[in-house]
Design a protein around this ligand. Sequence first.
Ligand code: NAD
Length: 311
Amino acid sequence: MKVLVTGGAGFIGSFIVEEVMDRGWEVIVVDDLSTGNLSFVPEGVSFYNVDICSPSLEHVFLLHNPDVVIHQAAQVSVEFSNHHPLKDCEINALGTLNILKLCAKYNVSKLVYASSAAVYGMAKEVPLTEEHNVLPISFYGLSKYTAEQYIHLYHKLYGLSYTILRYSNVYGMRQNMHSEAGVVSIFVNKAINNQTLTVYGDGSQTRDFIFVRDIAKANIQAAQYSGSETFNISTNQPISLNDLIVELQKSTNHLLEIDYKSARTGDIKDSYLSYELANHLLEWEPQTSFESGIKETIAYYQSLVKIEKFV
Ligand SMILES: NC(=O)c1ccc[n+]([C@@H]2O[C@H](COP(=O)([O-])OP(=O)(O)OC[C@H]3O[C@@H](n4cnc5c(N)ncnc54)[C@H](O)[C@@H]3O)[C@@H](O)[C@H]2O)c1
């Protein structure tokens, strides 16, 4: 099987590339390296530094004729989207549309799309299921949802098979610690450098933190799923920032200094998502406990610090 991974040099995409390779499938990566890192792409992978919005993306489809496209490339910052909605829409909605057009033209048998819990907006009840109202409260949530709607129409009009995965909060190795997306990687890095952690609010706000390898495995199941469906990919477990801090203190053996600041307006208080549908139809469930995921993440960032010191 030939699998094209867009955003394959990114945090999540690079783990998907590894999973695809483990199965002996051929993998092709498209990434413009805007936030990705070429060193995350394993050797031997066909790599194209191409913008998903560009007409030259067609060359990749023409050359490789992929069976499956796993589409991860995106503008991923909520804050950026709210300051630059046009650019966010261009990459996330129009970039996806460019991919859809090529999937239809080159008879791709499955599109797997990385969507987000951000499409739901404020949770009316938890756990959030796929039936919950969709009412994004950021331009990022809106552009991710707009792409979902284009996918639905490509399925209806052209028979393109899709699997949409709405991820909860993903954490793990290789996450860009400078982006606002990854509170875990930011806290892990501060913790191993003995720096103060800043918490907005009292730290009781919860998130559904899911380990990156579990996300990658869900993409593999999604690539092989014969139906066309939308799934939450999550742990169904609320974990508060205070829980995260306790876990970090345990794993690093440090008493961490915490600076509690007043809550930011617009921040979501509690969020966790049910993955029952994915469990039922994709035969997928998360395998990694929060404790072991955090331990592996800390070990990864500690090894980077050691390399930096050595160099
Ligand atoms: N990290 C999370 O918690 C999370 C949660 C929900 C959904 N998602 C989705 O998962 C996907 C992967 O996100 P990530 O966290 O790995 O972020 P990331 O920034 O590490 O990965 C995105 C990748 O896409 C590439 N890219 C960006 N714009 C591009 C363009 N125009 N053309 C080609 N490549 C481009 C970047 O260089 C990067 O390698 C995204 O679609 C994101 O919306 C992530």
